[in-house]
Design a protein around this ligand. Structure first.
Ligand code: GLC
Length: 751
């Protein structure tokens, strides 16, 4: 314990010897430091070093003392982090504190649903609280910087990193990304428990070709601006401290050397004053991309393009000093890069308090964190089907329940991807949750039936079938284990892995009521089981408390209220499929009902409908963006637009009434969509422009108002400038992107 306390006491007493005192402005303190720093010390601030393991102080101590390291990544051992910081603050020449970075993506020790699951809550307040609690836990290990939120827009569930994303829609992703930034950074970045956030991966990573991670992305500037840049702009406007480029080659220039992104857009257009950290060795990958010949040229390209800090590589510390001395990069460029890094360190309060106030931070796994994780999981679960209202199950009418499948009792798997510091011992699995909820009221028969979600051994299915036959109902827990999504874990076939569909069929054959709960890191194609189950819940990877949440929903303690943040395709061949698509010149219509099996071989060439659809899949998804069922039902009525002809710049409201026509209290996420019928560039057939989660008692009607103004209707036109055009608009309010309650307005030029 003494080791743990000693550095802390040192640090708390240490005041950093800087040229400008703490009473001066941050900018003057930055300037004073820059005046004192050597070129090596400046480039040292631009270098982040990987430092796992207890030997880090021995391995890195001398480099830190020499001012050659500005940040450390991936050490969460409090004693080690304390010692590294002590060395920096007390033994380096200028005492500049270190940044300690870690991927705190959806929780630290207490894990929340994966970000895609959090997006399914459509609840910024809940998402903000989750980030705040994650930051608080991370700070107890000396972490003061997270590489989150990830806000890449993607319409490709083959891509493993969709799990980390906030879905397909720029508006929803923007709202939730801002909530996460605010949660991580708090009201005061220097307060105990606040950590710097990172907007990543800038930009367009979600368009990786064929959903293969790290693959090429070709995105027209107009699409980049109207879709992919929007969450990043929102995060920058919300004060995010740092930005991280994607690994991707974007239109021929990898993001880590892309001055259009890092200087023109981020600095010149948006006025971002934080700093940019590369992705893991993404700078030395520039020569692998074939943009540069070697590390020296990569360092030059990245620093020139505006990458302030190099993560885990060494091209900066090895080559930038010489490049400056040769005049190939101006010292002003280095000074600007270092100033932006120092600004974050000052804003974190590290010069006054190099260390979080541990005595003000609860330990990992505190009750409030577990409760928040459970609440988030509860609101993230999406009910996709419920034939004959088989759900909620009734504990008073069931005497036995078969709980079957590889993910029913998988404390690690339910945490999902990017859980470096997750603690599976805290997990409440679905089996745990059901046992806790039901006690001895219902006899639970548990059969895993599969060793992993990919198992093809059907021999154990006999035991599962027997359990089903002996029980009143069956709940199947299927999906993907954690490793099948996340970085570098893309799938070309996004069906249920292994023999899971066969297991469903075998259990279905018993004739018992069958509910399937899917735990996965991405949308899956479920057409081959959807008709073999009576009800389907999609729980994503729900995190530490996922099992308790799922049990509460299965037995009606709470109604499901999640809504899809991403479209679910019928078949992988439909990808990309998303709600906010362009109309095309030959859009399919509901009478475009053709199936490949029904086609007469001699059908005339043009007789099948000459529109944008697939002969074997049609054109609609399995489930659309914004979709989610409830134990209640909701009706929408009386859509009204406060001004049928608003002038550009005028704020007006669109409102409608929503009524809970069911017999249980439940949440509904009310959604507002807009269509700009004619534009300088073609516009999507619908765009989300507002949402509100409301709790309604049975029979209760609530009037929901949404304000719309010029910013909501602006888009980047043909010349890639932001414009608002007069013209006709349709507007919908409802419970999904296929809402039918429609109104319209005509936007007129301001006089
Ligand atoms: C990874 C990821 C990035 C992460 C970083 C540090 O490769 O692309 O999202 O923050 O490296 O772990």
């Amino acid at each position: 314990m003494l080791l743990r306390v000693l550095p802390l006491l040192c640090l708390m007493s240490a005041s950093v010897p800087t040229a400008a005192g703490s009473g001066d402005s941050v900018e003057s303190r930055i300037a004073a430091l820059l005046d004192e720093m050597t070129l090596t010390e400046k480039v040292g601030q631009m270098s982040q070093v990987h430092a796992e393991g207890a030997n880090a102080p021995d391995e890195l101590g001398d480099a830190i003392r020499a001012g050659r390291i500005g940040s450390v990544i991936n050490n969460v051992d409090l004693d080690v982090v304390s010692e590294l910081q002590r060395i920096a603050v007390e033994e380096s020449r200028l005492g500049i504190p270190l940044l300690f970075g870690r991927d705190v993506i959806h929780g630290f020790g207490t894990i929340f649903p994966i970000p895609l699951g959090q997006a399914a809550t459509w609840n910024p307040e809940l998402v903000r609280e989750g980030a705040r609690l994650a930051a608080r836990e991370a700070a107890t290990r000396g972490i003061n910087w997270t590489f989150a939120p990830m806000m890449d827009i993607t319409r490709d569930p083959r891509w493993g990193r969709i799990a980390e994303s906030l879905g397909e829609d720029p508006y929803l992703a923007s709202e939730l990304a801002v909530a996460m930034v605010e949660g991580f950074q708090g009201e005061d970045l220097a307060a105990p428990g606040s950590i710097a956030a990172t907007a990543k991966h800038f930009a367009g990573y979600g368009e990786s070709e064929s959903g293969r991670d790290y693959a090429t992305t070709n995105i027209p500037e107009n699409e980049l601006r109207n879709v992919h840049l929007r969450p990043f702009r929102a995060a920058v406007d919300a004060g995010v401290s740092t930005v991280m480029p994607s690994f991707s080659d974007l239109n021929g220039v990898p993001a880590s050397a892309n001055a259009f992104l890092m200087r023109q857009v981020l600095r010149d257009e948006w006025g971002f004053d934080g700093f940019v950290v590369s992705d893991w060795r993404s700078i030395d990958q520039l020569s692998i991309h074939g943009l540069t010949a070697d590390d020296r040229e990569s360092a030059l390209a990245a620093a020139t393009a505006g990458i302030n800090m190099e993560m885990a590589g060494s091209t900066y510390i090895e080559h930038l000093p010489a490049l400056v001395e040769e005049g190939r990069i101006d010292i002003a460029t280095i000074d600007a890069a270092v100033a932006e890094i120092l600004r974050t360190k000052f804003e974190l309060g590290l010069f006054e308090r190099p260390w979080a106030d541990l005595d003000k931070l609860p330990p990992t796994g505190a009750a409030d964190a577990l409760a928040a994780s459970r609440q988030t999981a509860l609101q993230s679960v999406v009910m996709l089907s419920n034939e004959g209202s088989v759900l909620p199950l009734d504990a008073d009418r069931l005497s036995s329940l078969a709980v079957i499948g590889p993910l029913a009792d998988a404390p690690y798997e339910q945490l999902g991807t990017w859980v470096f510091d997750g603690d599976p011992s805290l997990s409440v699995t679905a089996l745990d949750g059901l046992r806790d909820l039901l006690g001895d009221r219902v006899d639970i028969r548990h059969v895993a039936a599969m060793e992993t979600s990919r198992s093809r051994d059907t021999a154990p299915f006999d035991e599962a079938v027997a359990a089903a036959e002996q029980s009143d109902a069956v709940v199947l827990f299927l999906g993907e284990e954690s490793i099948l999504s996340g970085e570098a874990h893309s799938r070309a076939d996004i069906g249920l892995p292994g023999a899971q569909a066969e297991l469903v069929r075998r259990v279905r054959a018993t004739g018992k009521p069958v509910v399937a709960v899917i735990l996965a890191g991405r949308p899956l194609t479920l057409a081959d089981i959807v008709d073999d189950v009576d009800a389907l819940l999609f729980a994503w990877h729900p995190g530490t408390m996922g099992g308790a949440a799922i049990a509460d929903i299965l037995f009606g303690v709470v109604s499901p209220s999640g809504k899809l943040p991403v479209t679910f395709p019928r078949m992988v061949g439909q990808i990309p499929i998303y709600y906010s698509q362009k109309n095309t010149g030959k859009p399919p219509t509901p009478d475009t009902v053709v199936h490949i099996d029904d086609i007469d071989p001699r059908a005339p060439q043009t007789s099948l409908g000459m529109t944008a659809f697939h002969l074997d899949a049609g054109y609609t998804p399995q489930w659309e963006f914004g979709f989610g069922l409830s134990y209640a039902s909701f009706e929408y009525s009386d859509l009204a637009v406060s001004n049928a002809a608003p002038a550009i710049g005028e704020v007006f409201t669109v409102s409608a009434s929503v009524t809970n026509t069911g017999d249980v209290t439940a949440d509904e996420v009310v959604q507002l969509y807009v269509r700009d019928l004619v534009g300088n560039v073609t516009r999507p057939v619908r765009e989300l422009k507002g949402f509100r989660r409301v709790t309604l008692e049975p029979g209760e009607t609530r009037r929901i108002d949404f304000e719309l103004g010029a910013d909501d209707l602006a888009f980047y036109g043909r010349d890639n400038t932001l414009i608002v055009e007069p013209g006709d608009f349709h507007v919908w309010i409802g419970g999904s992107s296929s809402a039918t309650l429609r109104g319209e307005f005509r936007l007129v030029s301001a006089n």
